[in-house]
Design a protein around this ligand. Sequence first.
Ligand code: CAP
Ligand code: MG
Length: 389
Amino acid sequence: MEVIAKYYVETDLSIEKAAEAIAAEQSTGTWTEVEREKLTSDLAARVVRAEGNFAYIAFPEELFEPGNIPQYLSVVAGNLFGLGDLKKVRLLDVIFPQTLVLAHKGPRFGIKEARKILGVFDRPLVGTIIKPKVGLSPEETAVVAGQAVRGGLDLIKDDETLTDQSFCPIDERVVAVMAELSKVEDETGKKAFYAVNVTCGAEEILDRAEDVIGCGANMVMVDVLTAGFSALEVLSRGVKVPIHVHRTMHGAFTRDRHHGISMVPISRLVRMAGGTNLHTGSYLGKMAGDMEENDQCRDALRDDWYGLRPVFPVASGGVHPGNVRPNLEGYGNDCIVQAGGGVHGHPWGTTGGARAMVQAVEAWKAGSSAEEYAKSHKELDAALKFWSS
Ligand code: CAP
Ligand code: MG
């Protein structure tokens, strides 16, 4: 079997020569002929197709160490980006054979399992990011979380830069937030996840996750691109809670459509490594994105794939009740739509913003425009007026 990688390439060489250069550099070759290369020909990658600006390279499966995602990336997304003969090159997708996919357990908690915990089956999940993103005390964080769940939200998450800083020790934050969420559940029956950001060094991340779960956490979060895919996989194999995967730093290599790495292979690797939710970009928000790529990420996360559990795509970044609809039209029911400023910046505060987000999702489910639905839902009406001004 082979691993097939698809690249976009800009070069002054012929596309065939450029494809051959990628195949050689990423398998058995280098810049000049080496006598003993003949001994390794069974591991040589080959050019499957090269035309226009696209190159398809087939790598022998034996080149890959099963279970070693860092090594997979060193092959398909390694030195090639530095080859002088390539002016621009972008890794668009990677198709792994079943044996390599199943060298990974995938999500312990997929969409179905996460929904079962919440008791929410028939609509997108709605979440928020605690804002301000840093600086609140554990108690202040808990107040915001409680207000959000009272407004009907299913998921509260730490922001990507909040971990265990002196101003908000992680254990104290988890204890305070989970106590507040439990109080809200007792009063309202509403269950919610609190995704605690356990991002830290590889030697410590599992201990940190186990520690916060011991404090009552029902979900952990990891910044997969700064912590690493191995950190995610250690978590998914080690802890028995769903994992929210943030992609901060992705913009360094995903946003240039002609150079870097698409979110599509990242999505496949996050599913293999066991994430439950993955930020894959909003269809209309503040972050630069590509709708077609969002679709491809959605499908990579949710389509049948050798039995690996499906993963929630997360629409986030500049989302507010007035732009929920295009995100749900893109991702459909099995997604998470979340807003930070779009909840806490509501004129009536966090609970009002949460209710407005929930109402925007209800409007989509009912096939109604947000404007029409707002006529009978005051928090949504206030949000539309506030953010349209
Ligand atoms: C959103 C967010 C998320 C972005 C990341 C932020 O806040 O918390 O990190 O969603 O982008 O810090 O920007 P707002 P992406 O809702 O206030 O924008 O989801 O594209 O990875
Ligand atoms: Mg953030």
